[in-house]
Design a protein around this ligand. Sequence first.
Ligand SMILES: C[S@@+](CC[C@H](N)C(=O)[O-])C[C@H]1O[C@@H](n2cnc3c(N)ncnc32)[C@H](O)[C@@H]1O
Length: 287
Amino acid sequence: MIKPTAVIGDCQLFLGDCLDIMPHLPKVDAVITSPPYDNLREYGKSFSWDFEGTAQHIKKIIKPGGVCVWVVGDQVKEGSETGSSFFQALYFKEIGMNIHDTMIYWKYAFPFPDKTRYAQVFEYMFILSLGKPKTTNIIKVPTKVHNRVKSSSRQRNADGTTTPMKSAMGKAERNLENIWIYDVGFMKSAKDSYVFDHPAIFPEQLAQDHVYSWTNKNETILDPFMGSGTTGVACVKLGRKFIGIEIEEKYFDIACKRIEEAYKQPDMFIEETKKAEQVGLDLASND
Ligand SMILES: C[S@@+](CC[C@H](N)C(=O)[O-])C[C@H]1O[C@@H](n2cnc3c(N)ncnc32)[C@H](O)[C@@H]1O
C-alpha cells in the first residue's frame, strides 16, 4: 500500500495516474467511475489514457463478486459515433467480467442541437461484475396503483398459451427500472458552485444510488478517475470507505475540499439512498 496524498476521514485520496497507483492498492468491493471518454472534455494537462491497461487493473483490484460501474458516452467523429462505450464493455467481458446490466443515465437538460440526429440525452452505465454480484440492494419505488390486480395483463408461455401476468400489480413497491434520470447542469448536479470548475461531474444522486445499490456499509469503493470527488461524497454520506485517484491537481483539490465539507454537512450519514428520480416510467400506472 502506498501513502495517500491526503486522508480525510475514511477517504484516501491519491494525486497521480491511476495506472501507477492501482497496482499498490488493496482489493476493493466496488469501482464506481467515469473515464475520460473520447476526449469529450478537456481536462487541462494533456494525458493519454490506456483503456486496456486500466480495465485489467480494475479486474485485478475488485474482490470476487465486486462490481464496476462504468459511466461512459460516445463522441461523434467524422460523421459516426465512435462506439468506444460498446468496445469497452465487450473488452471487460473478454477479460472475464460479466456485463451484469447495461443501464442508461438520462441527462435531463437542454442537449446540444444537431440537425440530423435526435437530441442526445443519455450515457451508458455498464454494471460489470466479477462473477455474480455479492451485493444487490435494488432500489424500490412506490407503485402508483396498488391493492388492485389488473386482470387484462397476460404473459405468453413457451407453449403459446397465456396466463395472468405476475407483475408488480397489487404491490405497494416495485424494483426501479434501469433507466435513471437526473437533472443536470449548473447548481443541479452538485450544490456548490466551485465543483463546476470540473467540466464533467456526475450528479451527486447518481453516485449515491450506485454506492447504495452495489455495496454495504463500511465496504470500500474506488474511483480511479475521481474528478471532483462525487463518488467520494456519496461514500461519506452512506458510510462507505473511499479511495480516489485524480491526475489533475486542480480537480484533486476540488475533491479534497468537497469531501472535507461533506463530513460537516448536517444531512450526512443517511441509511438509505433517496429514490432515483424517474419520469413517466411507472409501469404499474398504465391501466
Ligand atoms: C469524466 S471525469 C470524472 C468526473 C467525476 N465522475 C466527477 O463527478 O467529478 C474523468 C477524470 O479523470 C481524470 N483522469 C484522466 N486520466 C487519468 C489517469 N490516468 N489517472 C487518474 N485520473 C485521470 C481527469 O482529469 C478527469 O478529472
